[in-house]
Design a protein around this ligand. Structure first.
Ligand SMILES: *Cc1c(COP(=O)(O)O)cnc(C)c1O
Length: 360
């Protein structure tokens, strides 16, 4: 067996220990004589799996009691619709557009009501986070929406926007569990898990209870109402059961490693190795304003598209996978999520130094 260093933006690297444990339990989950994949979601064994997953997530994020944790399907993109369908009581919401994912959410919301773009960084290819200290927040806005970490562009909100008292909704897909968060500052925190937590197919929604009501956009399908899932403990229908099981294992892995404070420290140390190199390199440079840099997604370029292609090719041959940047930015992107070991980043930087010397 040989495993590569996988820098994919998502689906992405998972902890090897978790994969190994899942492999060990594949044919016979703890004496049940079956795989979790084959198990009823109403069984005793599965009930323990989903309840423990929720309890561990609550523990990790210190989620207050007046928030529900929902394990849903449809990916983060399904939430682009579910959020306005469920939360736009006045039919108005304000969006801060800092990348493709925020833009998609904004466009989707305008199907269901009046979505206002109150700030954007599109003028400079989303390479920064706009000043959000005094936004023209709409009087009747039902919520203010952000994408907290921009997976494609590699920017991150270092402080939350001033929503002037309005409910904050955040897509945290690519920074989920990478550092501590104060859940009470948000109305909704959600993310697809395939970036930092588990297999694609699960989206986790953490939502304040008072936002879950029956007053939803007319025609909202039962499956797209938060209330349906909140009332049924995420078991209204068959949930993405195996995916939730893997997420649960990752939560336990995070707890064993010291929780989110420890992860933050580790992630900062990891990202610093790469950013410090980019800042001193004569060949490579980061594409994002320094103060807005993400700890999770690090885009960089040489400035020469052919050299970028050569780098990605040679890196792959050396065991560094998925370094090609998103098509809208070009160049390279290293996603260094929780499960990327520090050695992976050290070795990548070593390889970049060598490439720089050879191509000076
Ligand atoms: C990947 C990603 C999405 C889309 O996730 P899907 O699960 O594919 O719908 C949305 N937002 C962010 C920030 C992402 O990184």
């Amino acid at each position: 067996m040989s495993r590569v260093y996988n820098f994919s933006a998502g689906p992405a690297v998972l902890p090897e220990e978790v994969l190994q444990e899942a492999a060990d339990e594949m044919l016979d989950y703890r004496g049940t004589g079956m795989s979790v994949m084959e198990m009823s979601h109403r069984s005793k064994a599965y009930d323990t799996i989903i309840k423990e997953a929720e309890a561990d997530l609550r523990d990790l994020m210190k989620i207050p009691d007046n928030y529900k944790v929902l394990f849903l399907q449809g990916g983060a993109s399904q939430q682009f619709a579910m959020i306005p369908m469920n939360l736009m009581k006045n039919g108005v919401a304000d969006y801060i557009v800092t990348g493709q994912w925020a833009k998609k959410a904004y466009q989707e919301a305008s199907i269901y009501g009046k979505a206002n773009k109150v700030a954007s960084s599109e003028d400079e290819t989303f390479s920064y986070i706009p000043d959000c200290s005094d936004l023209p927040v709409s009087e009747d806005a039902d919520y203010v929406y952000i994408c907290e970490n921009n997976t494609i562009y590699g920017t991150k909100f270092k402080s939350l926007p001033n929503t002037k008292g309005k409910t904050l909704v955040a897509d945290v897909s690519s920074c989920f569990l990478s550092e501590p968060v104060d859940v009470s500052k948000y109305g909704v925190i959600y993310g697809g898990v395939q970036k930092n937590i588990g297999p694609a197919g699960v989206v986790i929604v953490i939502i304040r209870e008072d936002l879950i009501t029956e007053d939803v956009f007319p025609g909202t399908p039962t499956m797209l109402r938060y209330k349906t899932h909140a009332d049924n403990g995420s078991l209204y229908n068959t949930p993405p059961a195996y995916g939730i099981y893997i997420c649960g294992k990752v939560f336990k892995w995070l707890k064993k490693r010291g929780g989110l404070e420890a992860m933050k420290e580790y992630n900062e140390k990891k990202a610093k190795i790469l950013y410090d190199f980019l800042d001193e390199s004569k060949l490579f440079r980061g594409t994002v304003r320094k103060e807005d840099r993400s700890l999770m997604n690090v885009p960089f370029v040489t400035g020469d598209a052919d050299l970028d292609t050569k780098f990605v090719k040679e890196a792959k041959e050396a065991g560094f996978e998925n370094l090609k940047g998103h098509r809208s930015v070009g160049g390279m992107r290293a996603s260094i999520y929780n499960a990327m070991p520090i050695e992976g980043v050290e070795k990548l930087v070593g390889f970049m130094r060598k490439f720089e010397a050879e191509n000076a």
